[in-house]
Write a protein that binds this ligand. Structure first.
Ligand code: FDA
Length: 510
């Protein structure tokens, strides 16, 4: 036997001993080896960033697709015994591919079959398993009620597991906060294989997994969420302006208005150069009310936008989720069940938070950057409203009062060759450098769900200190980073759950 075969054999034996289900019961095969017919398709299925397809990272020794908690417990236990790492994947949207790639020997625990959703309208709550997507969640809620929804992200194929545990920004954030702000309970399997709920895990760990990234602390199996009320009919609009139509002035003005509007109104900006021809500046809005209320509201606070009835449409909340996801009008809502992102291509993203309006000349400079590349996007999402009512330390996500908006910069490309990839990545790094004087500083803040390994990574040797990790940790978590490191020391003292940006152990109390 080679060493590799021996690891395989021991691991399979260990899984058989410790999981209550049979590995090969015909319809429930949950352990996939590189020779299984299912292995390659599983590896690629929910890998939403093809940028990593040619990477030199090792392939997973196994992919485990658990049907029950006991298979997750066994995966953790057997990986610990064998000294191999675990990467857990829910929707596979991690910006840096950390749910399915690793340079050390590892397995993937893919929660694709743990995606049940049960809704309790009396209580206005739902239990949702981590492997469900946001689209599946929205769809299930709408099947039961026209007046309930959930405050989470815009892209339906995003997985609940990664999204909730990293925050969760969506169109209802000004009214209801992040997805993580609306979680009431969770089940997590820890490094010892224990299944813990809110009560048994304690408030510190429950706090940490709502924005601190679940992957540092265990495997979250399911979440209890608080549904939010939505009106039976909502209004949306999309105003498409071009650079030559005075778009810069509008973007400039938006910065003074968007975070101060009533909580029911969300107007974001998407600047994009898709075809390499003209740069579009889109004002994209959800209003939790009707058009006749929306128009006077916008015309009073933001008359420069010139909003007219013909720019607006009324629809149900579930239709608005399809609208924001880019589906055409009339698309049946079961499109939300599609688990693959609509426009899948390689990408690199970065994020910023803005506290002071950016001067017009700088905005003009951004648009000039955009004329040099195609398939580039800058998404500006307004804060204020409920986000300002929540304190910085309430959850690990600290970017609350004082932030006007969040920026996500994104570049996509089709040709996955190294030279081509490097060229696009260089472009976004230069844009990020250009923005430095105009965004938050000390620290320059970033959003965990828009993960960016350029900010800094843990050492392979597993001994990154807290002070080394502060370089990137403070950007995501500010003052909450210390508490996350304390929780980590308590719940995973040997740093079993680790990755390039997992929370480090705090070795000496401060
Ligand atoms: P994935 O499965 O890759 O997991 C991401 C991270 O969480 C990994 O480190 C993984 O190990 C860990 N993890 C996953 N499941 C876990 C579990 N059950 N227990 C513990 N750890 C777990 N964000 C946003 O706020 N608003 C938005 O509108 C969007 N839109 C969007 C569109 C597209 C096309 C992409 C690619 C991404 C977004 N995002 C976003 C970002 C998204 O929220 C972020 O990438 C999430 O981490 C994705 O969660 P997944 O479960 O899909 O990813």
């Amino acid at each position: 036997l080679t060493t590799c075969d021996a690891i395989h054999e021991d691991f399979v034996q260990c899984m058989t001993m410790h999981s209550s289900s049979c590995i090969k019961a015909s319809e429930y095969i949950y352990l996939h080896t590189p020779t299984s017919p299912s292995y390659a398709s599983l590896l690629q299925a929910s890998q939403q960033n093809p940028r990593w397809l040619n990477s030199t990272d090792s392939s997973p020794l196994f992919i485990i697709t658990p049907y029950t908690e006991s298979e997750i417990q066994a995966s953790i236990l057997c990986s610990r015994r064998q000294g191999i790492q675990v990467r857990v994947r829910s929707g596979g949207h991690d910006y840096e591919g950390l749910s399915y790639r690793c340079s050390a020997p590892f397995i993937i625990v893919d929660l694709i079959y743990l995606r049940s959703i049960s809704i309790d309208l009396d209580d206005e709550t739902a239990w949702v398993q981590s492997g469900a997507t946001l689209g599946e969640l929205y769809y299930s809620i709408a099947q039961k009620s026209r007046i309930h929804g959930f405050a989470a992200g815009i892209c339906p194929s995003v997985g609940v597991g990664g999204h909730f545990s990293g925050g969760g920004i969506g169109t209802m954030l000004r009214k209801h906060g992040l997805a993580a702000d609306n979680i009431a309970d969770a089940y997590l399997i820890d490094v010892y294989g224990r299944i813990l709920d809110r009560e048994t895990m304690g408030e510190d760990l429950f706090w940490a997994i709502r924005g601190g990234g679940g992957a540092s602390f265990g495997i979250v199996v399911s979440w209890k969420i608080k549904l939010v009320r939505v009106p039976p009919i909502v209004a949306v609009f999309n105003i498409d302006t071009r650079l030559e139509e005075g778009a810069i002035k509008l973007v400039h003005r938006w910065q003074y208005v968007a975070d101060k509007l009533p909580k029911d109104l969300f107007i974001r900006i998407v600047i994009q150069n898709i075809a390499g021809e003209s740069i579009q500046v889109l004002f994209n809005s959800l209003f939790l009310g009707r058009i006749d209320e929306l128009i006077p509201l916008v015309n009073k606070s933001f008359p420069e936008l010139g909003l007219k009835a013909e720019n607006c449409s009324e629809m149900t909340w579930i239709e608005s989720t399809l609208y924001f996801a880019g589906y055409p009008k009339g698309q049946p809502s079961d499109a939300l069940l599609n688990r693959t992102t609509l426009y899948k291509s390689s990408f690199k993203a970065k994020s910023d938070f803005v506290k002071e309006p950016i001067p017009e000349r700088v905005l003009k400079g951004i648009l000039e950057w955009f004329s040099d590349e195609k398939l580039v996007f800058m998404i500006m999402e307004p804060f204020g409203g409920r986000m300002s009512d929540i304190s910085e330390s309430q959850l690990p996500f600290p970017h609350r009062k004082g932030n006007l908006y969040n920026i996500q910069y994104l570049v996509k490309w089709e040709d996955n060759g190294i030279r081509s990839s490097n060229k696009h990545i260089h472009w976004i790094r230069m844009l990020y450098k250009y923005m430095r004087p105009h965004v938050s500083h000390s620290p320059r803040a970033a959003y965990l769900n828009y993960k960016d390994l350029d900010l800094g990574i843990n050492q392979q040797s597993n001994n990154t200190s807290y002070s080394q990790a502060k370089v990137w940790g403070k950007k995501y978590f500010k003052g909450n980073f210390m508490r996350l490191a304390l929780v980590k020391r308590k719940v995973d003292p040997k740093n079993f759950f680790q990755n390039e940006q997992s929370i480090p152990l705090l070795s000496t109390p401060k």
